[in-house]
Design a protein around this ligand. Structure first.
Ligand code: SF4
Length: 368
């Protein structure tokens, strides 16, 4: 009966409806990704839950399993691989930052806190001067909370952006709880390598609004050689699923600023586009086709890449694998990526159904 009516009236109205739904879906800033208003998750925690999080944070520091290294050390007495203790964190820079995605930095900047140290040892690290060393000033969680307020009230930052925080999650949790009592009211962004443990993400549940993980490489052989972590992809897949379960897909308010959800970055690496393709497939099939993705092309050789080989080094750290007579370390990634390599990853992402990319705007409005 219905089909004969449709035939009688023609398919026009149905097609129009379908087209309208499809065109709405092609906009980033439209339902269901548009929020009328937003209250940060840490503001909604009950005082009982906040107290529970405080005691969990202290317990983690006494037996640290906050990242897949699982050192199990008491950080009040010694340090694990990340070299950071319990009482303070080491911070390199705190400032409004304009090098993030447009929906994170907005027009007033993202209130960024760059932590020193890291639980990975990426041979190509683009921030190695602070990530591979304990270079910075020591701050307690209470000091950090004060800085968040300055970023919000004096700097006018759209959010608090915690950069490379995986190894200082308990101190970060305590600082967010302190800051909420002082009047913090902007979203918290957790800007991570995705080498997090589930215990750590559980502690952050209810404190973080935007998860900003970087998914670097897919194969264990590559992560062993380039990140010094065999199990990186296994940890990253588990972590990113858990992050999405907490906050869902990326949502904006009408000003174009991201307030809640997941934004995944992937830095395309020279000759590693097949790993990028696999990462895109994982996001589409196991996280969400509506995942907001930033496929980045700014890789440049840095840190240990392109440095002269150490005598005997190839035997010990794999930096000579498959490189024949090359006399520099990691010669295979000692160049920028090509446009073609970036395009392979982008096309693979589109082929698996991803559609929310961090592209320059096609109009004169906000780049969202
Ligand atoms: S954060 Fe990771 S690297 Fe640092 S002590 Fe804990 S388990 Fe070890």
């Amino acid at each position: 009966m219905l089909s004969s009516r449709i035939r009688a009236r023609g398919l026009g109205p149905f097609r129009t409806l379908q087209n309208r739904i499809q065109s709405r879906r092609s906009l980033h800033l439209a339902p269901p990704f548009l929020l009328d208003d937003y209250t940060p998750r840490y503001q909604l925690l009950s005082s009982a839950d906040a107290a529970k999080k405080r005691s969990q944070a202290y317990a983690h520091l006494r037996n640290c399993n906050l990242c897949p290294r699982e050192c199990g050390v008491n950080r009040y007495e010694t340090t694990g691989m990340c070299l950071i203790g319990a009482e303070t964190v080491s911070v390199n820079v705190i400032a409004p930052h304009f090098g993030e995605e447009p929906c994170i930095q907005g027009h007033r900047g993202s209130g960024s806190v760059f932590f020193s140290g890291c639980n990975l040892r990426c041979t190509f690290c683009q921030n190695h001067d602070i990530a591979h060393r304990r270079a910075g000033f020591d701050l307690t969680p209470q000091d950090l909370a004060g800085w968040y307020l300055k970023l919000q009230d004096v700097g006018g930052a759209h959010n608090i952006n915690l950069v490379t925080p995986e190894h200082v999650v308990p101190q970060v949790a305590l600082s967010i709880l302190d800051a909420r009592d002082l009047g913090l009211c902007v979203p918290v962004v957790y800007n991570t390598s995705a080498f997090d443990s589930l215990a750590s993400l559980e502690l952050l549940d209810g404190l973080v609004d935007v998860y900003l993980p970087d998914f670097k490489v897919w194969s264990p052989a590559t992560s062993r050689r380039l990140l010094k972590a065999d199990d990186y992809a296994a940890a990253a897949t588990e972590s990113i699923r858990a992050m999405h379960a907490q906050v869902g897909d990326l949502c904006f308010t009408a000003d174009g600023i991201a307030k809640k959800g997941l934004l995944v970055r992937h830095l395309v690496m020279p000759g590693k586009e097949a790993e990028g393709e696999r990462i895109m497939r994982f996001l589409a099939e196991e996280v969400s086709r509506d995942t907001f993705v930033n496929i980045m092309e700014q890789y440049r050789p840095d840190a240990h890449v392109g440095k002269p080989k150490r005598r005997g080094g190839a035997k010990h750290d794999g930096d000579g694998e498959g490189e024949g007579s090359e006399d520099v370390r990691y010669a295979d990634i000692n160049r920028p990526v090509t446009r073609e390599e970036v395009s392979v990853v982008r096309k693979a992402a589109e082929a698996v159904g991803l559609w929310r990319f961090c592209d320059p705007p096609k109009h004169d409005g906000f780049a969202i």
